[in-house]
Design a protein around this ligand. Sequence first.
Ligand code: NDP
Ligand code: MG
Length: 391
Amino acid sequence: MTLRNLTILGATGTIGVNTLDVVARHPDRFRVIALSGQNQVAKLAQQCRQFQPRYAVVLDAGKAKELDSLLAGTGTEVLVGMEALEWVSALPEVDSVMAAIVGAAGLRPALAAARAGKRVLLANKETLVMAGRFFMQAVQEHRATLLPIDSEHNAVFQSMPAGYDGNLAGHGVRRILLTASGGPFRTRAVETLKDVTPEQAVAHPNWVMGKKISVDSATMMNKGLEVIEARWLFNARPEQIEVVIHPQSIVHSMVEYLDGSVLAQLSNPDMRTPIAHSLAYPDRIEAGVNWLDLAKIGGLTFEAPDFARFPCLKLAYHALEAGGAAPAILNAANEEAVAAFLDHRLPYLGIAATLETVLEGLSDLAAESLDDLMEADAAARRAARALIPAS
Ligand code: NDP
Ligand code: MG
């Protein structure tokens, strides 16, 4: 068994906390070298006391000062800023980086980990949505190992042939089937969707997640982002990725082969399963999850997604087909729209409407370099904000 040294980016979030839960069950396997957080300084300090990392990183100087005083007398050094996040992701003594910051802010440190040839445990799907081509290039050039944390992509990874190298046809794969729970509004009367509140949107039926991804699950933008994520992770064309609604969230995704076989990964909806899979890969370790009791669950059902109910899913397919900067624009506009919705500045249906207008208005931005994509991200945010009332 190899001892693995970890950097956990976004340690204070849902994925970060679940990661530390798995790590704590295997003190002989994992050592925490660095943790990062943003606003939840007290929680980060408590995590540092428990796991004794060498470094703790926050983004701004004020928070760093607060954290510094909370950690006085411990061996943890407090670092500040984006450069520090990149630095702890590329440290020579670090083997694996859990990239679990939410949103576009997670791109640079995830890229730094890939460029340093690490095992990148990628939860931050926005990295692939924004800059999939450049990120995958960095993974290949620097021989990083990319392990998907997103439950669907982790399920696809597990259902693919061992050593899958990005050649679907060469491995006899016909399609990837991404499952989606359909979120809290799968059966709600469409004419009442205009009244959806942030509280209703973040109450996911099966998963406990951060607020942003919970709203994305309600609009099914999350599945749209995941289609784009799958395109890059598995080198699949849009028409090779199909979404199927599966309200029980037990089958986490599937791979269909040319002979008609469909392989799936099943488990209870608990992120500790894909996290433990990636942390220990190729070993298997206990994750602390409940064992699957299929007889108790009784039935697994599937249905086609309704694009009229979930226009964001359609927009994501459009952005993927348009290519170039379109996915980065979609992602940035979505972050702005979701933040405004959570802040009661934008109605629920305004999210999809904002994305559609921003995508249409910015159809010809360049995507030749990472800088181009950062500019597209900024332009999309400006365009989205201009459409959203300030208060
Ligand atoms: P959370 O909102 O729970 O956590 C986000 C983490 O990122 C927190 O540690 C937060 O710090 C930190 N953070 C937030 N903004 C910034 C920033 N600008 N710079 C640096 N750090 C920041 O999100 P989740 O854990 O739910 O999701 C994390 C990622 O994983 C997302 O990309 C999501 O799409 C993906 N994912 C999540 C799943 C889930 O089940 N939760 C499933 C599949 C994918 P703090 O809290 O201290 O402010
Ligand atoms: Mg997912």
